[in-house]
Each structure stands twice: as structure tokens, then as C-alpha cells.
Design a protein around this ligand. Structure first.
Ligand code: AMP
Length: 747
């Protein structure tokens, strides 16, 4: 997915339209003219390829399905469902069920546990891609095969030829993209489990890419491949600043990541400018590969340092992108779907430069690209490339203005093919991939916005069921409900209970955070016992504990801010209902919306009787999660002799740090705490050995047992493995460590 754009020769079956085989010129023979003509030829081939596959969309899809099914005819899955070697659409649709991740989980678990027989795919599963979608609170594991990397590269190779039609001359400068890799885990069977982009950036397709004027980035590979998020971000920004005049486009995968980089600049520009001024690299960057790579770019440049510092010190950061990178032509980030909430802040930082959403992809497979990249973000549509996978579409029917998937069994059997979707209709995307997913419901809702030749172009409408999202987290209504239930349990001892709630993803703060609006009733014989604010803090914490692992990891890595509860006046939700009724809602069907999407929202109106935003609604109290930046450092000197029944931590065992040193640390957690077993643990617990940053003592790790939800039941191991189980980047100073799970192990 996303960001990087690399032409790459592709080999596909003879039966398919031939993928554009890119020419590369030899660096030594770069005579400018040669290079330009090769680029033009490559661009032409790529555009011809798009024309061909979109013109023959249906035929290509038929061939793709036949190819997948004939290759995998002997897999256990297809045999189990009685496909009997058939490769035609009609038998496939009759015999193969439409499934979700939960249906496939037993098969996926077998592969993860080391069964190498052809269960889902005839080709060996080379790795699992960890999706940001969750199942039972855990990340989904998507099987992948070696050749998928080529398919991903193919999609990347189409991006710049498309872009070049609208913004020529991008080969004359560089792209400043903030791209990151994460630490990897291994399944018990030994397969790698990592995010799709980590897999791509670590592949030879990215690392050993041939010289290409479009794949010329300010970030050296080493800075992208560094797992330490601080070092990676710092060094990428530094290199981007050093080459500021050459930068023609800036971006990241999703808008949230790019905004994070600008926020980082705001916090660290003094140190970055010092490095530029002196031509030396801050000691915080300790990775020798990163240091070496950055030192090739970094030269003493006091003029540039003064310029950047001057811009950063000006009161306003409006237009900071074109101010510091004056030749920037556009911002390349995804702002469709939940990321649209970041458009205003991007407009502010970029002074209204075009925001370009280039592609639509996932861990399951890469889907398509935006053939009209300079369109307004609200009009972005993606053309699914028919060679990527076999696509089907589950029509959603409009009932009272709400899309629903409650369609009849027969309709489910007759999912619509790519070439048969109808303009304006909404569908859920279903894919059959080369890597062993058959009729798999991706969970994305798309709307047909138009056609390119015979291939439909889709607006991304939303993720099915997701009510809250800040970064890559996706919280659905059920998860939210369960989390709210466990949070509101804390009110009971005060004779209080939660009567109504709704939620809001507040991105006006950076990082954004979840806000819950709570209406509370007290019924303890009219004696009003005020509820201490610490209780609400406990509620916030309990809610965060209940949310899925992607949310919690976002909190640990600080891409999501602390959850907030706003207690609203009694009667607020009645007013909300009254308002909805005046707008035509049926009293029989009215349900409190569990999420308000817009800042100027339904909820805001009845609060004050005039238009205002939820954050300024008349709340009678607001409370944050009590551990906003808390890290508990546990100092263990001795290996524990045996797993204790309860783990008692005394203040002398604890030290506290905040990730943002300027933020005051809340003093309330200095008492000793006893952690019961079994315990539901999450990543706020940070271990740091007294001696330095190597963090984990083997004695502790020996007790690790694969019990944690976060750990996805991966094999016990030590040190680095432990962190990677959590899919967390080792932080610069602290290493988040699922310490307590080590003590959950009982015979
Ligand atoms: P993951 O499986 O973590 O790689 O996430 C893939 C999901 O991210 C997709 O199924 C979409 O829900 C979302 N996504 C990917 N690309 C886009 C896009 N261009 N616009 C909106 N959402 C996207």
C-alpha cells in the first residue's frame, strides 16, 4: 500500500493482458535524453495496460478466477466445498460460500501453527500480513504468497504514469515520503507476521529497486527500515529538510501519519536545525546504518538551519509545507474514508495544495488506483484493476436511508461481478485472491461513481460497522458497547448508572482521541453522592482496556490520545431524540446514534439549541484516561523463581516517565499495585533494566507463555520477540513489554 511508487517488471500468465514490463536505464549511461525516453516509454506502456485491462474487465476477471481455481484445485478448502476442479464462475458461485475472517480462522490457525499442507493455497504461504482489522480483539492474519509482491509492485508501477499526465516534471525532483516499518513476529509455525508495508519495504522490490526518477525519495532506505519509530521519523525529517529545495511532492500512506510527522517537526525542530547547522547527527540516532545513511545527506548548512528555524518559530504554522518545501506540488496521502477528518488540518498546513489519494489497497490484496488524482478529495474514486484478484460485490439495500446488508440468502448467492455493478449503488467488496482467500468479505463499503471503459470506479464509503477510528484503529459498535459496559460498571458503587451514550472521534487534537458523551442517572434514595473524578478515570481506563489491540497499540505509540468521557446534562439525549423526530425520524425506529460523525452534528444541536460542536457542548464534567503518557518501568534484578499468584509492585519498583517530557505526570499512581492473575494486560507497562536499554532479562522471559490476547498466541520467546509480539516499535527510550503476561502463566 501506498506512498512509494516503483516501476517493476511483472510476469503474469500468458493468458492475461501482458503487464507493463518496465525498462530501466543503466545509471552509468544516464545521458538525460535516454533516461527521458525510457520514462516516456514506460509511462505509455503503463497507461496502455490500464486501458487494456479496463476495456476487457469482464474477460480478465473470468481468466483471473479460472487461474486461481485451477492452480488451487487440490487445496483442502476448495475440495472441502466440493468444487471438484471446476473453474467457471457459475459453479464457483454455487458451491463456495461467502465468508468472513471468523469462518477462515481455524484454517488460518492451522497454517500459523505450522501445517504446510495446501490448505488454502497451492503455493506455500510465505508470510502472514497483519491487518489493522481485528477479530476478537486481535489483528487478523492474512495469508500471503511470494508472488503477491509482484502484484503489489505492478500497482505501484502504474501510479506515476497516471500522475505524470496531470503533474509533469515530477522526475526532476524528489518525493519526501514518511514511510515506516514495524517489528515482526513469528507464528508458532515459524511464519513471519508483519504489516503489509513492512513486508513490501523489506522486499527486494523496494530495497533493490533500480534507479528510477519517480522513485527518488529524500528518505534513505535505512531510515525507512529502522524499527525505532523515533530514529526513523527524526532521520527522515532531517533528510527531507536537507533536501528541501528538491522536494516536489510530500506524503505518507495515510493522512494521520503525515500530520504526525509535522507534529514531530514542531517538537524537534531545534535539534533538527542544530544538526543541519553543524552537519553532525544528534546522538539520539544510534542505529549505525541510519547514521551512515544520513551522514551521506547531511552537510553543514547554517543558512538552511536558520531558515527552517525561522519558519518554525513564526507564530503560525499555516502553510508550513510550502514555506519549508517551496517546490511542493501536492500532498500524497489517503484522505478517503475515516481519514477525511484530517482534510482541514492538511489544508491548513499546506495552504490548500492539492491532496492526492493515489491508491486503495489492503492486507488481503491491493485493489486499485485513482485515475483522476487531482480531483477534489470528496470525489476520489478508485478503479479496481481486474488483474489484482477476482472481485465480487454484495449489494447493500437502502432502508430508510441506511445501508444494510440484510439481504436474502438467494441474493447472497448471486453476488454481482465487477463488470455488472450499477452506477450509484453501494456494495460490500468481496475478494478471491491468489493467496488463498475465496469469496472473502473485506468489510469495505464502496459506491459506484463511474466507469473507466468497462471497469467501475468506486468511492470509498466507509468500513462496515466501524464507528470510531483515529489512526489505523477500527472500533465497531459491538466493541464500543462492550467497552462502555465495562467502563460504566465502575459507577455502580455510587448508585449511578449510564443511561445513554454516544461517541465522537475528535481529531481537533493531535493525536486525535475518542470522546464518549455520557448521561448518568443516580438513584441512591435521592442522596446525591458525588462521583469522584478518579472513578471516571477508572471508567476511561477500563474502556481502553476493553478496546481492541490495534487501538491499544495506537495509544502506546501515541498515535491515539487518551480517551475522554464528557458527562452531559440529564435530558440531553431526550433532546437529541426530540430533534431527530422533528427531522422526520420514526419514533418506533429511533435509536440513539452510538457515534456522531460530524463536528457540527445532530448531537450538537439540541445541546445548546443552536449550531455548535460536540466538544463545546454543555458538559458537566470531562475526564481523561488516567494513563495518558504513563510508562511504568519495572526494575527486576532477579529472575523470578516461579510465577507468583499475584504480582505486587511497590513504588520502589516503579519509575515513571512520560513520553512527552514536558507533560506533567499524574501523581496518582504512585501507590503500590497488586495485579491479579489472570490479568488482562496491555501495553502501558514498560520495562527498562537499570543498566540501560536492553530491557528484558531472560529469567523473566522464561515464564512467558502464549496467553495474551495481544500476543496472538504466538510462540514463547525472549527479548525482541516479546516486543514484536505486540507489534510495537521499540521506542527510543523505553521498550514496551508485556511484562505481566509473563506472570499469567500458571501450570
Ligand atoms: P489493512 O488491512 O490494515 O491494510 O487495511 C486495509 C483497509 O484500509 C482497507 O480495507 C480499507 O478499509 C482501508 N483503506 C485502504 N486504502 C484506503 C483508501 N484509499 N481509502 C480509504 N480507506 C482505505
Amino acid at each position: 500500500m501506498f506512498g512509494a511508487t516503483l516501476p517493476k517488471p511483472i510476469t503474469t500468465s500468458q493468458a492475461m493482458p501482458e503487464a507493463p514490463c518496465h525498462l530501466h536505464h543503466d545509471d552509468d549511461e544516464d545521458d538525460g535524453v535516454n533516461s527521458a525516453s525510457i520514462m516516456i516509454m514506460n509511462n505509455t506502456r503503463a497507461l496502455e495496460y490500464i486501458e487494456e485491462v479496463t476495456r476487457n474487465a469482464d474477460e480478465v476477471q473470468e481468466k483471473v478466477l479460472a487461474e486461481i481455481l485451477s492452480r488451487s484445485a487440490h487445496t483442502e478448502y476448495l475440495q472441502r466445498h466440493g468444487l471438484d476442479g471446476f473453474t467457471d464462475r457459475s459453479t464457483f458461485k454455487k458451491r463456495i460460500p461467502v465468508v468472513t475472517y471468523e469462518d477462515l480462522k481455524p484454517d488460518i490457525d492451522r497454517i500459523a501453527n505450522g501445517d504446510t499442507s495446501p490448505i488454502l493455497c497451492s503455493k506455500p504461504i510465505s508470510e502472514f500480513l497483519t491487518s489493522s482489522g481485528t477479530s476478537g480483539g486481535e489483528r487478523k492474519l492474512m495469508p500471503s504468497i511470494e508472488e503477491e509482491l509482484e502484484r503489489r509492485s505492478l500497482l505501484y508501477s502504474l501510479l506515476m504514469p497516471v500522475m505524470d499526465q496531470y503533474v509533469p516534471g515530477l522526475d526532476k525532483g524528489k518525493g519526501m515520503y514518511f514511510l515506516f516499518t514495524k517489528s515482526e513476529a513469528r507464528t508458532p509455525g515459524g511464519l513471519l507476521a508483519r504489516p503489509v508495508l513492512t513486508s513490501y519495504y523489506k522486499s527486494k522490490h523496494f530495497k533493490h529497486r533500480k534507479h528510477d526518477p519517480y522513485a527518488n525519495y529524500t528518505s534513505p532506505n535505512e531510515t525507512i527500515l529502522c524499527h525505532d519509530s523515533f530514529q526513523s521519523m527524526y532521520s527522515q525529517l532531517l533528510c527531507g529538510l536537507c533536501q528541501n529545495e528538491q522536494v516536489l511532492r510530500v506524503g505518507a500512506v495515510f493522512a494521520s501519519g503525515f500530520i504526525r510527522a509535522l507534529k514531530f517537526l514542531e517538537h524537534h525542530f531545534v535539534s533538527l536545525c542544530n544538526d543541519i547547522r553543524s552537519g553532525t547527527l544528534d546522538n539520539k540516532i544510534s542505529d549505525p546504518f541510519v547514521r551512515e545513511a544520513v551522514m551521506k545527506v547531511l552537510k553543514p548548512n547554517p543558512t538552511l538551519a536558520d531558515f527552517v528555524e525561522g519558519e518554525c518559530l513564526k507564530g503560525s504554522w499555516k502553510g508550513i509545507i510550502p514555506r519549508i518545501w517551496p517546490n511542493t506540488k501536492y500532498v500524497d496521502v489517503i484522505v478517503t474514508g475515516t481519514m477525511s477528518q484530517y482534510i482541514p488540518v492538511l489544508d491548513y498546513y499546506s495552504n490548500g495544495l492539492s491532496i492526492v489519494c493515489t491508491m486503495y489497497a489492503s492486507s488481503e490484496c491491493y485493489f486499485g488506483l485513482n485515475l483522476n488524482p487531482l480531483c477534489d478529495p470528496s470525489e476520489v474514486s478508485y478503479t479496481l484493476i481486474p488483474t489484482m484478484a477476482y472481485f465480487e460485490f454484495f449489494p447493500l439495500h437502502e432502508i430508510n436511508g441506511h445501508s444494510t446488508d440484510s439481504v436474502s440468502h438467494e441474493e447472497k448467492e448471486r453476488l454481482v461481478d465487477l463488470a455488472d455493478v450499477k452506477l450509484g449503488q453501494e456494495y460490500e467488496l468481496v475478494v478471491t485472491t491468489y493467496a488463498g482467500l475465496y469469496r472473502y468479505r473485506v468489510g469495505d463499503i464502496l459506491r459506484v461513481a463511474g466507469f473507466r471503459n468497462n471497469a467501475p470506479q468506486f468511492n470509498f464509503v466507509c468500513r462496515k460497522n466501524v464507528v470510531l477510528s483515529i489512526d489505523s484503529d477500527k472500533t465497531d459498535e459491538v466493541e464500543l458497547q462492550n467497552a462502555v459496559n465495562s467502563g460504566s460498571d465502575h459507577l455502580a458503587e455510587f448508585g449511578a448508572s449510564l443511561t445513554e451514550y454516544t461517541s465522537y472521534a475528535d481529531t481537533s487534537t493531535i493525536p486525535g482521541h475518542y470522546v464518549l458523551y455520557w448521561e448518568i442517572s443516580t438513584n441512591n434514595n435521592n442522596v446525591e453522592t458525588p462521583i469522584p473524578s478518579s472513578v471516571f478515570s477508572d471508567c476511561c481506563f477500563a474502556i481502553e482496556q476493553s478496546l481492541n489491540s490495534v487501538y491499544r497499540q495506537g495509544r502506546v505509540s501515541d498515535s491515539i490520545g487518551p480517551l475522554e468521557i464528557k458527562v452531559v446534562e440529564n435530558g440531553t439525549f431526550d433532546k437529541l431524540m426530540d430533534f431527530a423526530l422533528t427531522q422526520g425520524a420514526s419514533i418506533n425506529q429511533y435509536k440513539t446514534p452510538r457515534c456522531v460523525k460530524l463536528r457540527v452534528s445532530l448531537l450538537a444541536l439540541p445541546f445548546l439549541g443552536h449550531r455548535c460542536t460536540p466538544p463545546s457542548a454543555p458538559t458537566i464534567g470531562f475526564f481523561f484516561s488516567p494513563f495518558p503518557f504513563l510508562a511504568i518501568a519495572v526494575h527486576l534484578h532477579q529472575p523470578q523463581p516461579s510465577p507468583p499468584l499475584a504480582f505486587h509492585l511497590h513504588p520502589s519498583d516503579l519509575s515513571h516517565q512520560t513520553r512527552y517530557r514536558n507533560d506533567p505526570f499524574p501523581a496518582l499512581h504512585l501507590q503500590s499495585i497488586t495485579i491479579p492473575i489472570p490479568v488482562f494486560v496491555w501495553g502501558f507497562y514498560v520495562v527498562q533494566s537499570r543498566s540501560g536499554s536492553e530491557t528484558i532479562e531472560c529469567g523473566v522471559c522464561q515464564h512467558l507463555f502464549p496467553i495474551s490476547k495481544d500476543c496472538q498466541k504466538l510462540e514463547p520467546s525472549i527479548g525482541e520477540q516479546l516486543t514484536s509480539l505486540l507489534y510495537l516499535e521499540p521506542d527510543s527510550e523505553l521498550m514496551v513489554y508485556l511484562l505481566l503476561s509473563t506472570f499469567c502463566f500458571c501450570e
